[in-house]
Design a binder for this molecule. Structure first.
Ligand SMILES: *Cc1c(COP(=O)(O)O)cnc(C)c1O
Ligand SMILES: [Zn+2]
Length: 404
């Protein structure tokens, strides 16, 4: 099976032991977890627990007793025939990560980071959040018996605040942008030795998002799809999914001639990665993000330049969509496939639609669209395009008259 893990600098390649560190001392580059991978058996994995911890050889927790699991992962990969028909795609799949325990994909990175925090002996955890990470971190902290400190912009959806508070987190609502909350979390995390899952535990955090590659491959019968449509906020998820497929190849779990094309989806109003892709490749931070896709409202994406590298490496593209395209796409997905997503998922579907229409994604190739969050978390923005049903008297004749 697999063995020794270490941290390796993404920029200069220097190796470190797996401790509580996340930037390279030489060049300040981000550190990634590297594994000494030998072949892993497909059958052994298939027989294991129905959570993302089934891929434990490729996750950075050494002692299983440190794992904090709320049962996240192994979410459905659904063949989307009706949506595919509408978009002219013959082999479309939806990875429905909106049905994780806290209703977003963030249960993956948060669960791995909180587990690693326990392994590193940290006494408290926290995060900087655009909403979903707050709940995911708070829930895992509760189950792991650790205090949790959330730093988030004050204007995120109420449902996300209520959820994180209910898990018992200390919630700091910052009157500013996500980037303001992130800066504050970074400083307090370092000075108080708090494990901030997406900052000083980021090397471990991204390992959780990688399981979005592992599960899709396993659910496709150990195959890589041709195209992946991925919503991009910080860019950590897109980068991690690419790392995941590379590790599957090295572990001989998928064929080594598989070629994926990851595509980045962002909302207009906060699209620094798409702008860089269309421009000179340099990511210019957006000072004041303005979009209904609040989960993606990260003006200065930490992994933005690495997303651009991945798009270049794999021939991926980047595309954006407007608020009204997002709301239309939420309805389209719900009405064709019975999946209710928040605006971040609407961004993925809206961009998928554009890429199918303009031929970026050819009709016969295998496509996976990642639906990363649940519509129940953003009902106010979604309700704005719906008509509230009229209240009627409980009278059969009157009601029968309006049933067509
Ligand atoms: C955080 C988030 C994203 C973006 O993930 P990054 O790793 O920051 O790029 C996408 N969708 C949802 C629902 C999220 O909460
Ligand atoms: Zn370095």
């Amino acid at each position: 099976m697999t063995g020794v893990e270490s941290l390796v600098c993404r920029e200069c390649g220097r190796h470190y032991t797996m401790t509580f560190r996340y930037v390279c001392e030489e060049c300040f580059g981000p550190l990634d977890v590297a594994y000494e991978i030998s072949a892993v058996s497909r059958d052994a994995i298939s027989a294991r627990e129905h959570t993302y911890w089934r891929y434990s050889e490729l996750l950075p927790v050494t002692n299983r007793s440190n794992i904090v699991s709320i049962g996240a992962g192994m979410t459905p990969l659904l063949r989307a025939e009706r949506l595919g028909e509408r978009l002219g795609l013959r082999n479309l799949y939806i990875k429905n990560d909106s049905v994780n325990p806290t209703y977003s994909f963030k249960d993956r990175p948060a669960g791995v980071a909180v587990s690693k925090a326990r392994e590193l002996g940290l006494k408290a955890v926290g995060c900087a959040s655009t909403g979903n990470l707050a709940s995911a971190t708070a829930a895992h902290a509760a189950r792991g018996g650790l205090p949790c400190h959330i730093f988030a912009p004050s204007d995120i959806e109420m449902a996300k605040i209520v959820q994180a508070l209910s898990y018992g987190a200390n919630y700091v609502a910052v009157d500013g942008t996500y980037d303001d909350a992130n800066t504050i979390a970074a400083q307090i995390g370092d000075s108080r030795r708090i494990g901030i899952v997406n900052i000083n535990l980021r090397s471990y955090y991204v390992e959780g998002s990688k399981t979005l590659a592992f599960e899709v491959a396993e659910q496709l019968g150990w195959q890589a799809p041709d195209h992946l449509v991925i919503p991009v906020g910080s860019g950590a998820m897109l980068n991690a999914i690419c790392k995941g497929f590379e590790e599957l190849e090295r572990a001989s779990l998928i064929d080594d001639h598989a070629v994926i094309h990851p595509h980045a989806a962002q909302p207009q109003g906060c699209s620094p990665v798409v702008d860089a892709y269309r421009g000179d490749g340099r990511v210019v931070p957006v000072a004041r993000p303005d979009t209904i896709a609040k989960s993606l409202a990260i003006g200065d994406p930490g992994d933005g330049r690495y997303v651009l590298k991945r798009l270049e490496q794999y021939g991926g593209h980047a595309q954006m969509c407007t608020n009204s395209e997002i709301l239309d796409a939420i309805q389209l997905l719900a009405r064709t496939e019975g999946i209710f997503t928040e605006p971040a998922g609407g961004v993925a579907v809206a961009v998928l639609k554009k890429m199918a229409e303009d031929g970026t994604i050819p009709r016969d190739e295998t496509v996976v669209c990642y639906i990363t969050g649940n519509g129940l978390k953003a009902i106010d923005s979604i309700m704005s395009v719906l008509t509230k049903p009229e209240t009627m008297r409980p009278n059969v004749a009157e009601i029968a008259a309006v049933i067509k």
